[in-house]
Design a protein around this ligand. Structure first.
Ligand SMILES: Cc1ncc(COP(=O)(O)O)c(C=O)c1O
Length: 371
């Protein structure tokens, strides 16, 4: 049985290989070539995507920033830290992406997230909102396509992650017309030693998993910092990117079998791909029937105890903030998504038996937590 775990581990041999490497190509060169990016951007490297957003937001003149109400809470935290007024925008229950049909005419800047690698048609948003400054968040969507084109070509600023689709420690690249910082310190290869041990494949994972059975993970807080990632992170990214293109193509094929499995279950709904798109399948995201949403966390927790590690992004989406309720317009879809979505691992190494096993375990465990 293949490991059913949303968190991919670094292979020790890969770690040794990259540590022995003297030189590597920079992520911007690699991404630019792979995705055939034309615009001439300045690459801005940051240790975390949230820090990239913070320095970008600080640099923008707009007072208000629009963000999806169902997204990573760190985006909203970055906007607030940069003294921006956050406008939460409702998301779609099927694609899990922004609903942009009714954007307010006074909104000047918008963060568009291709949620879990499901592309947003940014050209369409532009047709309807001529002067909008769009920040494209491709943290989950390397090698996803819309209308036959890779994503990452439409934003005035574009964010990529080095550790979400590629197994790595941290790191992000923000493309923008200028350099956001003149001087940056580079993190050392060993700054995240604990994280490296946790992410490294090996027998110690058996012990770590015993611990993982006892809690539901949350997004790790990270301090505000202007540092750029270590050279170890650059090297792991170069190695991972080489494999990712093929991996994404295989996931696109495997996804059909996941959709079939979801269709056979009346209590599950799969994230629907945007029209004319090919998602990257960062995860295979599903949501529980609204009547069962109250069981989502129990289900994910119980499955962990069976060594099946799923995600529940984003249980703490900005829309679920308690103190924010008065500040934001009511976004019922986003609230429901934050309560009912869970993320299944999808990898080219899985076969049909693995996927069937995963869905059968979901059925069985749901029955158990209902009792
Ligand atoms: C879509 C998306 N963009 C950006 C970020 C922030 O990235 P980082 O974790 O590198 O700060 C996240 C956080 O997980 C995310 O999910």
């Amino acid at each position: 049985m293949t490991k059913l775990d949303i968190v991919e581990k670094i292979k020790p041999l890969d770690l040794v290989r990259v540590l022995l490497k003297k030189k590597t190509r920079f992520p911007y060169q690699l991404i630019k070539e792979e995705l055939a990016l034309k615009a001439d951007f300045q690459p801005n490297y940051f240790n975390w995507g949230r820090n990239a957003f913070y320095y970008l937001f600080k640099n923008l003149k707009f007072k208000k920033i629009g963000l999806p109400a169902f997204t990573c809470p760190t985006l909203v935290e970055a906007a607030r830290a940069a003294d921006k007024e956050v406008v939460l925008i409702e998301t779609d229950l099927e694609t899990f992406n922004l609903k942009t049909d009714n954007l307010s005419s006074d909104l000047q800047a918008l963060v568009v997230v291709h949620t879990f690698g499901n592309p947003v048609d940014i050209k369409r948003i532009r047709e309807e909102n001529k002067n909008l400054f769009i920040i494209e968040d491709c943290a989950h969507s390397l090698f996803a396509k819309i209308n036959g084109q890779y994503l990452g070509k439409e934003g005035e600023a574009v964010l990529f992650s080095f550790y979400k689709q590629v197994v790595n420690l941290n790191g992000s690249l923000l493309l923008f017309k200028k350099k956001l910082l003149k001087k940056q310190k580079q993190e050392s290869d060993w700054d995240y030693l604990k994280r490296l041990i946790v992410k490294l494949a090996g027998p110690h994972q058996l012990f770590l998993n015993l611990k993982r059975h006892q809690y539901l993970p949350a997004i790790e807080p990270q301090g505000l910092s202007a540092d750029k990632p270590s050279s170890l992170v650059f090297k792991l990214f170069a190695l991972g990117l080489e494999k990712l293109k093929k991996e994404v193509e295989k996931r696109k094929q495997l996804a059909d079998f996941y959709y079939q499995q979801v269709k056979q279950r009346s209590f599950l709904f799969a994230q629907r791909p945007t029209v004319n798109s090919e998602p990257s399948f960062y995860h295979f995201a599903v949501r529980l029937d609204p009547g069962l949403a109250y069981l989502r966390d129990k289900l994910v927790f119980k499955l962990r105890q069976k060594n099946i590690f799923l995600g529940r992004l984003w249980f703490n989406a900005p829309v679920s903030e308690k103190k924010g309720k008065k500040l934001h317009p009511f976004c019922p879809n986003s609230l429901l998504l934050s309560q009912s979505v869970f993320n299944l691992p999808i990898r080219s190494s899985y076969n049909r038996e693995d996927i069937q096993f995963l869905f059968k375990q979901i059925d069985k465990t749901l029955r158990e937590v209902k009792q």
